[in-house]
Design a protein around this ligand. Structure first.
Ligand SMILES: *[C@@H]1O[C@H](CO)[C@@H](O)[C@H](O)[C@H]1NC(C)=O
Length: 144
């Protein structure tokens, strides 16, 4: 009888996981978020960075960093069970513009960012923050 319990319980658990509202594999996907600086060099004070980026979630701060052209600011995240995972970024183009944008929003991005190596790609350009989910075509989702 004890042996049967030992088998039945894990089996029951496995079946209940299979019937959870969304695919169990979603919890284990490691999403990669990339933000690159593709700004022109104009308006750059000599020898000083002209763009700072700080991305964070409610409980994790990736850091406030000066960005050089082509630099890749990147981190990974998984999606929480409530599907409420949200990372936003503050971009400051010194003496020029600033903006806050959602770099990873589980509800918006869980599907579209699975297309290319589980990556969400953002490019900071002079007219806005561009998104790509294939690293080939880009759309200005946050004009600034
Ligand atoms: C996107 O493409 C560029 C240029 O080919 C490459 O350097 C970069 O690593 C790619 N990014 C990702 C996330 O694959």
């Amino acid at each position: 009888m004890t042996n049967l319990k030992g088998i039945a319980l894990p089996l029951l658990l496995a079946f209940s996981l299979m019937h959870f509202p969304f695919s169990e594999s979603l919890w284990f996907i490691n999403y990669h978020i990339h933000v690159t600086k593709d700004l022109p060099l104009f308006k750059t004070p000599p020898g000083r960075p002209n763009l700072f980026l700080n991305c964070k979630s409610k409980d994790k701060d990736i850091g406030d960093r000066p960005m050089v052209v082509g630099q890749d600011y990147t981190w990974d995240t998984k999606i929480n069970i409530a599907m409420s995972t949200l990372f936003y970024c503050n971009a400051r183009w010194v003496d020029h513009k600033k903006i806050t944008f959602d770099a990873f929003n589980a509800k918006r991005d869980e599907s579209r960012c699975r297309k290319y190596h589980n990556s969400c790609m953002w490019s900071i350009r002079s007219d806005g923050i561009y998104f790509s989910n294939n690293n080939a075509t880009w759309q200005n989702e946050y004009p600034w």
